[in-house]
Design a protein around this ligand. Structure first.
Ligand SMILES: Cc1cc2nc3c(=O)[nH]c(=O)nc-3n(C[C@H](O)[C@H](O)[C@H](O)COP(=O)(O)OP(=O)(O)OC[C@H]3O[C@@H](n4cnc5c(N)ncnc54)[C@H](O)[C@@H]3O)c2cc1C
Length: 391
């Protein structure tokens, strides 16, 4: 059976669901979202969902700030609680990043983010467990926080559905074909013809795009997250911490249940098997490294043996920044992929501005710098801290 749709979105993660909501909000009708499993079950389900605005690339900062504002008001706008907690964000940096960090603090301030540099004493009044004696630069923004990734994604999907989008979960796209500008999306139980398709399938995107002769430049790596209990209370009001002085660019945040979630902002483990990134096996070596970092940074806290872990995929282009927009030479074909471990916090603004672009309306914030073509025109997005998710 062949159906028709004005727009088809492939992928029901946070980005695809944000796009679905925004398309409907801005007047699109007959939109279908196809998700091979459950809504939010891909990379989004593995996210720590930290919402910070500390980016040295101005476009990232602007999209992150607009998105943070949306997440703060999520319940008011969408009628669903996304589990937003405003904890603030402490960033610890080495001497060589001092100047770049101070530039970012000024840029954050200019964009309405309450940011300042702190003395170790001031930082200790916000997070009393930290040993900051040898940290050359400490920055703080009071507005950052985190969400519950599944609540947020399902909140977007629910509202999109109320606005008329057809959300089909458990519907896997097998192939996409293009006949004279009309795409046919072949799923496990039907075919849909559409002039406009958005492939937002995270690390799986190239598997779909190859039917159209397209391969976007990204690699997939496996990232590890630990969820740690302490013998003392880990206060849920303590800020998120990003430690740029560590080689793996360690980050951690509290949970509402007084635990800590801790991950790394490095390249991660290479793998050519995407399923492996969801296998959740974290080696003892990694756990020992994290424990010894924490021991140095928070010597007064005693880590319990109760440590849970999970893993998930990063889809990483050469410059660690997303590829969003039309694929040149393929009218009606759009992508949003390559979020490199920092896509959750950008999803509200990326979804809104990709939707406006697809509908030929004026974006509130440009997505042009994220053009997938930038790798052929050599317009890479260079961050001040080198390659990594904090760019
Ligand atoms: C361990 C970890 C921690 C992270 N922490 C943070 C963080 O703190 N802050 C932050 O901002 N970002 C973070 N990220 C990154 C962030 O989670 C991702 O960038 C974001 O969730 C990507 O969302 P997405 O919708 O683009 O992709 P995904 O969530 O991967 O969604 C793609 C969807 O496409 C579906 N799909 C694939 N193939 C098909 C097909 N053939 N047919 C139909 N559907 C298909 C998949 O099932 C999936 O649901 C983290 C990522 C990981 C792995």
């Amino acid at each position: 059976m062949t159906k028709t749709a004005d727009i088809v979105i492939i992928g029901g993660g946070i980005t695809g669901c944000s796009l679905a909501y925004n398309l409907a909000l801005h007047g699109a009708t007959n939109v279908t979202l196809l998700e091979k499993s459950g809504i939010g079950s891909g990379g989004t389900s593995r996210s720590c969902a930290i919402l910070r605005t500390h980016y040295s690339i101005e476009y990232n900062l602007l999209h992150a700030a607009a998105s943070l504002n949306f997440f703060k008001n999520f319940e008011e706008i969408l009628g669903v609680d996304a589990g937003f907690h405003q904890t603030g964000y402490l960033i610890l940096g080495p001497e060589q990043h001092k100047e770049q960090m101070e530039t970012v603090f000024s840029l954050q301030q200019a964009n309405g983010i309450d940011t300042s540099t702190l003395t170790p004493e001031e930082a200790l009044s916000i997070h009393p467990m930290l040993n900051l004696s040898d940290i050359p630069v400490i920055g703080y923004d009071s507005m950052s926080g985190y969400c519950d990734p599944m609540l947020a994604t399902n909140g977007y999907a629910k509202r999109a559905s109320e606005l008329g989008v057809t959300i089909s979960s458990e519907t896997e796209v097998a192939t996409i074909t293009n006949n004279n500008g009309l795409y046919t999306i072949h799923t496990n139980n039907e075919s849909i013809e559409t002039p406009s398709v958005a492939v937002i399938a995270g690390p799986w995107s190239n598997l779909l795009l190859r039917d159209l002769g397209i391969e976007l430049p990204y690699v997939v790596t496996k990232h590890k997250v630990l969820n740690i209990d302490f013998h003392q209370q880990y206060d849920p009001s303590w800020p998120i911490v990003k430690d740029l002085t560590t080689p793996t660019k360690l980050y951690f945040r509290p949970t509402p249940e007084s635990q800590m979630i801790i991950g790394t902002g490095d390249h991660g483990e290479d793998t050519n098997n995407l399923d492996n990134t969801f296998k959740d096996n974290v080696d003892e070596n990694h756990i020992d490294n994290i424990k010894s970092h924490l021991g140095r940074l928070m010597p007064k806290l005693s880590i319990s043996d109760n440590i849970r872990s999970w893993t998930g995929p990063y889809d990483i282009p050469p410059d660690w920044n997303p590829m969003v927009g039309n694929v040149e030479g393929h009218e009606g074909l759009y992508v949003a992929v390559g979020f490199s471990g920092h896509g959750f916090k950008l999803a509200p603004s990326i979804g809104e501005n990709l939707a406006l672009t697809m509908l030929d309306q004026t974006p509130s914030l440009t997505i042009q710098p994220y053009s997938p073509q930038r790798f052929t025109t050599n317009e890479l997005l260079a961050g001040a801290y080198g390659i990594g998710s904090i760019s």
